[in-house]
Design a protein around this ligand. Structure first.
Ligand code: SF4
Length: 97
């Protein structure tokens, strides 16, 4: 289990979570922040800091945002991989309001 950043972060990227993460595993892509599951220690510190409630433990991630498990994990393949998955997601769902 790890923590996942979901749709509400797109085009927000508040960064409050970055400031509290003890292992610096929250990374910035073009339109979203993502948590590298290889680095996350599941401490939960980031979850209450997010002003748009975009951060969830993977096992409570709403079904409509399951695509974000892959989007966060894609960081392992590089920021470009994250960006292309976010573009595909937004194209498929419309631009988040
Ligand atoms: Fe960082 Fe902890 Fe959040 Fe994982 S759960 S991203 S280690 S603050």
């Amino acid at each position: 289990m790890t923590y996942v950043i979901a749709e509400p972060c797109i085009d927000v990227k508040d960064q409050a979570c970055v400031d509290v993460c003890p292992v610096d595993c929250i990374h910035e892509a073009e339109r979203i922040l993502v948590i590298d599951p290889e680095e996350c220690i599941d401490c939960g510190a980031c979850e209450p800091e997010c002003p748009v409630e975009a951060i969830f433990p993977e096992d409570t991630l709403p079904a409509k945002w399951q695509a974000f498990v892959r989007i966060n994990t894609a960081y392992g393949a590089g920021v470009d991989a994250v960006d292309s998955l976010v573009t595909a997601y937004v194209d498929g769902h419309g631009t988040p309001s």
